[in-house]
Design a protein around this ligand. Structure first.
Ligand SMILES: Cc1ncc(C[n+]2csc(CCOP(=O)(O)OP(=O)(O)O)c2C)c(N)n1
Ligand SMILES: [Mg+2]
Length: 356
């Protein structure tokens, strides 16, 4: 593999090829035969994936034209994760997000106009244009914020889960994090606390094989992230994060369990980002030759679902296409809204900085 880490970290006694292969295996989950997805739910889930893909395609385009300030990390390729998990949530459940947060916010019901305007830095944005891509939040929707600090969502989500338990609510908190984020100290403190207090939280690892350019197999002591759940006495499962049906089913089991007060779980979704770590990344570390990584890279979660929906008789190709077109139109309208919105006023700079 061509990467920036040609010196093996495990020199001497670890077979690097074995570790690399293990890092790509989905070994713990098998889907139940009967899927009980209603057509309406399936349509919603597919629409969410389309919204995320169209949203990211547009952000990419307008970023390259210099119309978006700051930095963007695109979620395209990982749509099945946020969409499959958030399909089980209501506005009263909480999510914490990452620097790659557009998909999480859209799947949790973030308004497309408000999100696009936020990314464009406009006054009509969800955070009045002061947050931008990495700080989108909408507390009314239970979106506790994208976050520029890798791993910071652990503390916020665990705190939200503690509040749910303390107030005897039946909601859940979802902590989205990356394979890189899984190595932060706070991750382990929070998984341990969630376990001893049996909090209603699901830790959702989006393992897209890289933290910036560092491969997951290179930086993790365990072959899978899900394996680490053993240390915290909670269920840990790795799923095919390109397959929304798998993500949805496994998430459903663990979210229901958490709502019943039976404690946390760790779900690792094996996935891949279509683009660079950030817009502008040359991606030299990605494996271009025939390999399991390439297979994962070329698997499009939207196409996986379309094939499943048509073959199982859940939806027709025409129905799927209608959803795709509706989504494209909504995202185009969001771009127009963002472009036409005013810049924030200079006088508003110090508003919303301190709590009242
Ligand atoms: C605490 C902290 N350390 C380092 C960084 C720099 N950084 C930003 S994103 C990133 C990689 C994160 O990788 P991962 O958690 O796998 O998420 P992905 O980008 O793959 O979605 C790093 C190291 C940061 N923002 N915060
Ligand atoms: Mg990663």
């Amino acid at each position: 593999m061509e990467n920036n880490h040609s010196t093996p970290l495990y020199d001497g006694n670890t077979d690097v090829e074995t570790r690399r292969a293990a890092s790509l295996e989905v070994k713990t989950h098998t889907l139940t035969k009967e899927q009980t997805l209603s057509k309406d739910k399936a349509k919603d889930m597919y629409k969410t994936m389309e919204d995320i893909r169209n949203f990211e395609d547009n952000v990419k385009r307008f970023f390259s034209q210099g119309l978006i300030p700051g930095f963007v990390h695109l979620y395209a390729g990982e749509e099945a994760v946020a969409s499959g998990i958030c399909a089980h949530l209501t506005d009263d459940d909480y999510i914490t997000s990452t620097h790659r947060g557009h998909g999480h916010c859209i799947a949790k019901g973030g308004d497309l106009n408000g999100m696009m305007a936020e990314i464009f830095g406009k006054e009509t944005g969800l955070c009045k244009g002061k947050g931008g891509s990495m700080h989108i939040a909408d507390v009314d929707k239970g979106i506790l914020g994208a976050n520029g600090m890798v791993g910071a969502g652990f503390g916020l989500a665990t705190g939200a889960a503690m509040k749910i338990k303390y107030k005897k609510e039946d909601n859940v908190a979802i902590c989205f994090f990356g394979d890189g984020g899984s190595n932060e100290g706070l991750a382990h403190e929070c998984m341990n606390m969630a376990s001893i207090w049996q909090l209603p939280i699901i830790f959702v690892c989006e393992n897209n094989l890289f933290a910036e350019s560092t491969p997951q197999w290179y930086s993790s002591g365990s072959d899978t992230i899900a394996d680490r759940a053993v240390a915290y006495n909670m269920p840990g499962v790795r799923v095919d994060g390109k397959n929304i049906m798998e993500v949805y089913e496994v998430a459903g089991q663990h979210i229901e369990r958490a709502r019943r007060g039976e404690g946390p779980a760790l779900i690792e979704c094996l996935t891949y980002r279509n683009h660079g770590h950030f817009e502008g990344d040359e991606q030299k570390y990605k494996n271009k030759s025939d390999s399991p990584e390439r297979t994962l890279a070329s698997t499009d979660p939207l196409e996986v679902f379309r094939k499943y929906a048509i073959e199982s008789g859940l939806m027709t190709e025409e129905e799927l296409n209608e959803i795709r077109e509706a989504s494209q139109k909504e995202v185009e309208a969001a771009v127009k809204f963002a472009e036409e919105s005013p810049e924030p006023q200079a006088e508003a700079l110090y508003e919303d900085v301190f709590a009242d």
